[in-house]
Structure formats: C-alpha cells, structure tokens
Design a binder for this molecule. Sequence first.
Ligand code: NAP
Length: 286
Amino acid sequence: MSAKTIVITGTASGFGQLSVRRFSEAGWNVVATVRKETDLDTHAAMENVKTLLLDVDDEQADLAFGELAQSQFGRVDALINNAGYFQSGPLEATTMDQAHRQFQTNVFGLIALNKAFIPIFREQRSGVIVNVSSISADGGYPYNSVYQASKAAVASLTEGLHAELSGFGVLVKALHPGAMATKIYSKIDGAQNVPEDYDASWKAFTSLNMILSDPEITAEAMYRMVIDGDTRKVHYYSGPDGEATPRVKQLLGQDWYFEELSARNRNEATPLWEALMPHPKSTARN
Ligand SMILES: NC(=O)c1ccc[n+]([C@@H]2O[C@H](COP(=O)([O-])OP(=O)(O)OC[C@H]3O[C@@H](n4cnc5c(N)ncnc54)[C@H](OP(=O)(O)O)[C@@H]3O)[C@@H](O)[C@H]2O)c1
C-alpha cells in the first residue's frame, strides 16, 4: 500500500514541528505549512515532507489549499489544524482588534481549512481532521478569556462536524493539550495598559507554579488520534494535566470543578485539588 499523506499547519515550531517528524518517521508523506519564507527549510532533512507557505489568516489561500495540498503527493488522508497563538490579559485591556485577530487565526482560519478539505474527504469516503483546541476550552482561567473562547469555539465546531461527517467516513476530532513547553509562551499577544486594580489577582495568577510538559507528548497524541480508527471519540486530551481535566470535571461535576479551579487560580488551591490534579514533570524543550 502506498504511503498516506497528512497536512499539518503551523509547523515552524512546537507541536507542529514535532508532529511532522512523528508522521514522517512513521512513513507518512507530510505537507507541512509555515508562514515565513525563512522557515521553509525547517523540515529540509526529511525527504517525504513538502513544506509550503500558508498564513492561515488568509481565508482565500486556506480555501484553495485542499487542492494544492492534494497535488503534492497525489492524495490527502488527514489534516491537523495546529496553527494558533495565545492572546492574554484582562478583557477590558484587550482591544477589539486583538480579539478579532485571535479569532481570525484560531477559529476562522481553521474553519476555512476544514471547508477546504471536507469535500476531498467526503468524496473519497475517508479522512481524519484534528482541530487543536486546549484544556482552557474547559473553562475558568482568568486573563485567557478571548483565547479560551476561541478554543471552545474550535471544540464546539468539531463536535458539530463529527456529527455531520462521520456518516461519510470522515472523522473530525478535537485535541485538548495541557500546558506544554513550546514557543507559544514567548510570543504572547498581551493586553496593554492594564488597570492597577488587577495587580493583586494578576500577581497571584502569574505566581502559580505552572509546570509545562514535554510537547513530544502532544505530537504522539496527534499521531495516535489520526491512526486509532475510533469512529466515536471526539475529544482527546494530552499531558498529565490535560488527561486529568475531563476526569476531575466528571468526578466533581461542572460547578464544583469550577469552584476548585477558581480557588487554584487565586493561588488558594485546596488539598482536594492538589490531590486530584497531577503535577507534570517540567522540561526545557521547545
Ligand atoms: N503549548 C501549549 O501549552 C498549548 C496548550 C494548548 C493548546 N495549544 C495550541 O497548540 C497549537 C500549537 O501551539 P504550540 O504550543 O506548538 O506553539 P508554537 O510553537 O508557537 O507553534 C504555533 C505555530 O503556529 C504558527 N502560527 C501562528 N499564527 C499563524 C498564522 N496566522 N498562520 C500560520 N501559522 C501560524 C506559528 O508560526 P510562527 O512560528 O510563524 O509564529 C507556529 O509555527 C496552537 O493552536 C496552540 O493554541 C498549545
């Protein structure tokens, strides 16, 4: 059987870069996208990877990308919508332009790419789409409201698409990674001119001992969810904090979970929270 082909967006660093290597090493052909010309050689050492330019904010380019990707190796079997970034800070100090840009990249670009590949997968009666969401979509983190709203939109869109397309043999799945050591935290689009009123709670939140896991964990989760053939599962979680989130939420129920998470975000985690949530091993990788 000839090699399968996957398209992965946002591959200049982080999960995208690691997942290109994971699929390539497993014998897949990979169409990898980057948005800067200087990153076009990111995967140059791998023969079965073709790297193309794509800024996912460009909806016309996204909508045309299905055919362009298909022409690289003759067919496409899977798509990972990974490109995204992190807008952070209190909402009142976040401009509407920042909010629009966050949704343009994390949501509208991703919607356009789903639209580009759905007809291809529907007609061939097979295909897997992984839309990268976040554990923040499960809600309740301060100073992330626009980002987590964008990731909740991705999760909800994915549920609808799974219901819409599984009958055609097309599987659409959401990945909710926990906190992982990638470059995303060095490229935050932060709120400006934050009122002093926020100083105490901002300090409590930012002084939390947030431990970042090894992003290889997420690249492996991406690989597994593309190949597992599970036609029913929609939401996947990666990392110790990621995997604990749905379990703890189910155990406590929505309201109690929110109460416990809010206390933790004020740096007042209860012993119950400390006992239920694992503490990932830190890593320097990015
Ligand atoms: N790391 C975490 O803790 C975490 C947790 C949950 C979810 N996520 C999600 O995981 C995904 C990957 O993030 P990461 O942690 O691997 O961070 P990363 O290393 O910053 O990788 C993100 C990639 O997306 C690309 N990108 C951003 N905006 C783009 C655009 N408009 N068009 C095309 N590419 C664009 C970036 O390109 P440039 O290099 O050019 O900026 C970069 O290659 C994101 O969707 C993120 O929201 C991350």
